[in-house]
Design a protein around this ligand. Sequence first.
Ligand code: ZN
Length: 319
Amino acid sequence: MLPEASLAPHLVTLYERQRESWQDFAEVCKGLADVRQRHLVFYGAFVEIQYNPRRLENITASTASPSNSPDKCFLCAENIPAAQISLPLSPGAGEFLLLCNIRPIFPYHFTIVHRAHIPQRLGAHFSAFLGIARGIAPDFWLFFNGAQSGASLPHHLHWQALPSRYLPLSRAHFIPCGNFAGVEIALLEDEARQALSLVSADAEALARAWGVLVEATNKRVLLCVPEDGLFNIFATFAAGYYRLIIFPRARMRPSCYYADEPERMIISPGSVEMAGCIVTARQSDFDRLNAAHIEQIYRDVSITKAEMNDLLKSLTGRC
Ligand SMILES: [Zn+2]
């Protein structure tokens, strides 16, 4: 089992080993060199746009899929290719396995998979989430796509990790706006995306703050949305402090996803998109996406500023 501390070197070693020992993965890694990217300025920060046709299946995955069967789940151990290595992680008591992501958005993209075929919810696994985030920090950030917020496999609990240098969010500006029982709260300076930063040295204090946010969200949204299904969450750790960046979501997909051709754009934001890297799988979408489109996409899937203020009140009102 991989140790508790300093997991990052093991991630790099696993990636290099798989590139040498697994032909399909080597081809995928080679293909990453051909992924096209461009960037534009959005609210004073860069947003990157990526053309990555391999991601089409992830982008168009149906969350209402009836295939909630381990037989068809490619995160279940029995369906993992023989050449794919899975390494148990200490945080989470070995319940989570580290794998290279076979459809990477960037080099060194990993999937952290629960051993069991259980639904995509943080729930009881929140402390493991923080523990693994701490282990891979600061070079890698861990993230969670809620079941209705970009998860392409909502039937099998999984997280992902990426080098933080690829995420424009790691350089975004947040405005301090209060605290909740040992947790410093700040808001992303952005009119279209609503995001909270929660910082604390105390993992239990963060778990309590997270619980308040989930409770407040469940009062607002329809009961058919699973608990914590409408969130994207990043986690990292530095200088003794955990940091969560939380995007409370209003819906899974933006209006452009459902538009008729030629207006349609096949874009389905998950954590990576909310963090400022928009992945497109069609060249036409890659070529025409502009700042106004991105603003509308973010507004479509994010909660409103008023709803964010209500969420903040649910935290700071309890201090
Ligand atoms: Zn599964």
